[in-house]
Write a protein that binds this ligand. Structure first.
Ligand code: BGC
Length: 751
């Protein structure tokens, strides 16, 4: 169905236009029946459909239609698999289409600034490149089904505490390089129909009315051509928001803010052009979902089967000492822990869906002989139960291996609040340690939405991180434990040793008013690497039941000049005896610089490859100039300094055996000439050097003068010159201030 947008805007009354800019109710936009404009439905998201047919809420409290629960964002990201995210998106799109849902409220791609953020389970990663690439695939999947997405929460919603008002104080570099970059990739690579603005403020300005964010960056810089809607209730000043580029307020404000718009247009404080611009964008968005295609119902069975495969592809084998895993079917195995019978597989809040069929590990393992179960602990709360524990210890002791299904209870992490520590319930930690003492083959399977501390990590043989793996979590666990599937996930976040080690430990969650992002660009592995810190498990880590080797790193050139990209190839070989998948990871390590701080290395490419035993494949990565760049606020643009950059390849951020070097050549940045510009700031540029030559010669700090000196003195002289502001030179030679000022004018004119 087509909408004649131009004509509709002519025909709509002021009240109808204002009305279109906010919801009819919780999930629908307003219809304008006399003009044939339908009300359309939006629905959460992100890892399953939460379509509320009856009573609505944004906290996942009231029932929604039955839908398949796919792995949550924390798990999906660990797949490091674009194709998987695309398929999950397609399935979600199919479900949404068949349920008459126009736009799905996801993906949620805020950066995991702290492992404490209560909503990390929905988010993808601490790394913006990974989050952006995976989000783009997911979006392409959903939107291939004629269903839109809403990429959320734009931006800097990195905590739950005071999320509706707190202001993130943050630098331009951290914004562009870390907190906006994933959204940028999503917009540029997948053209989402909508974006959802966050509740919070950024540097004092509410996201809903942040013209810089919604117009300058999102539309003008990135080319976004959809609509922006608020998070539920994230509206402040309605007219300012319209001017900034926020089209849709959700849910309904019961006509109150529509009236504000009408009044503002009538009294001339809001122009009709601004309102019309919003209305046109809204109509174009509505039209996108009005395809004349049949609403065939999808097979929940098939989607469940897919969810099982997906969950297994997302799981991360963190440790597997002595190849204790996979277990052999038929050997005696103790399944311990309440999560074996009732897995925690999704998070609390607006993403909480009414799952089609939850599969627990115990039932999934029914056909396998030799399994004995002991509950050990309750999945809710933190109560050490001596009788349950004793029974669990005895059961574990009596078997050849013990698998403890541990994890965070619902009450420990959710939308709405942040965690205050990284610990599992103490009753679980204690029981794991006790079982590990009596059972040498102890395996821990984890159900959690974000990194946890593992005080028992050294004393257990294997750790399998399932995350919140969706409704087929238990089946996937059994598939992996018994080797029917081979783990291939990699953690998309660092697991620190302790909370005190985390980058924003001193500034999370901030004060009531403000949270200062004082760690700046040093988020996740960027921080741990810069400080050369030990971590529990590094970003990108994950094992397999087979082994892989990476070799033959080749670069298409040893130079990066102009806008030609660099092609990098790496060969990966399955050197073990099982089919498996490996994720080849590519990082760029910039040269040391005096002018800008850069992370030690940053992820700039990854590829997941399936290989049979003995099979090799060569993967290729394309690195453009942006891959080497940082965001330079002085020019409001991306910039790569000249120098030798190392290209590192391997299978985890801390296992990068391959290294190549490429010389990047860039035009120097135009120097800013100020009172404190030093000789060192300018002498690297031949044009500036020539202008400064009369001064440097007169004050005797030329290399010709220092030639006869010993190396120490010459070095000292050079260093002094390097740090000397231009005006200070008058004290060291027969030089007048006028001469210096004249040189400064020439310098300014030179670029
Ligand atoms: C959440 C959004 C969600 C919306 C609608 C809000 O509380 O922050 O992610 O899409 O509710 O349920």
């Amino acid at each position: 169905m087509k909408l004649n947008v131009e004509q509709l805007v002519q025909e709509m009354t002021l009240e109808e236009k204002a009305g279109l800019c906010s919801g009819e109710n919780f999930w629908f936009t307003k219809a304008v029946e006399r003009l044939g404009i339908p009300g359309i439905m939006v629905t959460d998201g992100p890892h399953g459909l939460r379509k509320q047919a009856k009573q609505a809420d944004h906290l996942g409290l009231n029932a929604s239609v039955e839908a398949v629960c796919f792995p949550a964002g924390c798990a999906l990201a660990s797949s490091f698999d674009r194709a998987l995210l695309q398929s999950v998106g397609e399935k979600l799109g199919e479900e949404a289409w068949s349920e008459h849902v126009h736009t799905l409220l996801g993906p949620a791609i805020n950066i995991k600034r702290s492992p404490l953020c209560g909503r990390n389970f929905e988010y993808l990663s601490e790394d913006p490149y990974l989050a952006g690439e995976l989000a783009a695939s997911y979006i392409n999947g959903v939107q291939s089904q004629d269903v839109g997405v809403s990429v959320k929460h734009f931006a800097c919603n990195n905590q739950e505490r005071r999320r509706m008002s707190v202001s993130a104080r943050i630098s331009q570099r951290a914004l562009h390089e870390i907190y906006l970059a994933a959204f940028e990739t999503a917009v540029k690579k997948a053209h989402p129909w909508t974006m959802m603005c966050s509740y919070n403020r950024i540097n004092g300005v509410y996201s809903c009315e942040n013209k810089w964010l919604l117009d300058d960056v999102l539309r003008k810089e990135w080319g976004f051509d959809g609509i922006v809607m608020t998070d539920w209730g994230a509206m402040n000043d309605r007219c300012k928001a319209l001017e900034a580029g926020l089209e849709l307020e959700m849910p309904s404000s019961h006509g109150e803010r529509d009236r504000k718009i009408v009044e503002a247009v009538q009294n001339g404080t809001l122009s009709m052009e601004v309102l019309d611009r919003a209305v046109k964008r809204l109509l174009l968005w509505i039209e996108k979902g009005l395809k004349d295609r049949e609403r065939i119902s999808y097979s929940k069975e098939d989607h469940h089967k897919f969810a099982r495969e997906a969950a297994a592809d997302c799981a991360v084998l963190l440790k597997n000492e002595g190849a204790v895993l996979p277990l052999t079917e038929g050997g005696s195995v103790a399944f311990i822990g309440g999560f074996a019978a009732a897995p925690r597989y999704q998070g609390g809040g607006s993403s909480h869906i009414n799952s089609f069929r939850v599969a627990d590990a115990l039932s999934a393992a029914e056909g396998i002989p030799g399994i004995r179960y002991a509950k050990g602990f309750d999945v809710e709360g933190d109560q050490y139960d001596a009788a349950l524990s004793q029974e669990a210890i005895r059961t574990a002791e009596s078997c050849g291996a013990a698998v403890i299904f541990a994890g965070l209870p619902e009450a420990f992490e959710s939308e709405g609040f942040d965690r205050t520590h990284l610990d599992l319930p103490e009753c679980q930690n204690r029981l794991i340690a006790e079982i590990a003492q009596v059972q040498p083959n102890t395996i821990v399977v984890l159900h959690n939405g974000s990194a946890v501390r593992m005080p028992w990590a050294d004393s257990v043989k294997a750790i399998l991180e399932l995350y919140l793996a969706g409704e087929a979590s238990g089946e996937a666990a059994v598939d992996l434990l018994f080797g029917r599937k081979n783990p291939s996930g990699k953690i998309a976040e660092t697991f620190p040793l302790r909370l005190q080690d985390t980058p924003c430990y001193l500034d999370f969650p901030g004060t009531d008013e403000e949270v200062v992002y004082s760690e700046d660009i040093y988020v996740g592995y960027r921080y741990y690497d810069a400080r050369e810190m030990k971590v529990l498990f590094p970003f990108g880590h994950g094992l397999s039941y087979t082994t892989f080797e990476v070799s033959d790193l080749r670069l298409s050139s040893d130079k990066l000049t102009g806008s030609d990209p660099l092609r990098v190839s790496v060969t990966v070989t399955n050197t073990g005896d099982r089919p498996g998948k490996e994720v080849v990871q590519l990082y760029i390590a910039p040269p040391h610089s005096h002018t800008v701080q850069r992370p030690v290395k940053e992820l700039k490419g990854f590829e997941k490859i399936a290989l049979m035993p003995g099979e090799s494949r060569t993967v290729e990565f394309v690195l453009d100039r942006r891959s080497f760049s940082y965001y330079e606020p002085r020019i409001s643009d991306w910039y790569a300094e000249s120098g030798d950059y190392r290209i590192l390849a391997g299978t985890s951020s801390r296992d990068l055996p391959l290294c190549g070097t490429v010389a990047v050549q860039s035009d120097p940045l135009p120097a800013e000439i100020t009172d404190h510009t030093t000789f060192g700031d300018l002498m690297g540029d031949p044009v500036y050097r020539e202008i400064l030559r009369p001064l440097t010669e007169k004050c005797g700090f030329t290399s010709a003068e220092t030639d006869g000196l010993d190396a120490g003195t010459a070095g000292m002289m050079d260093a002094m010159m390097d740090g000397m502001p231009l005006h200070s030179v008058i004290c060291f030679g027969d030089i007048s201030l006028d001469e210096v000022d004249a040189a400064i004018e020439k310098l300014k004119a030179a670029r």
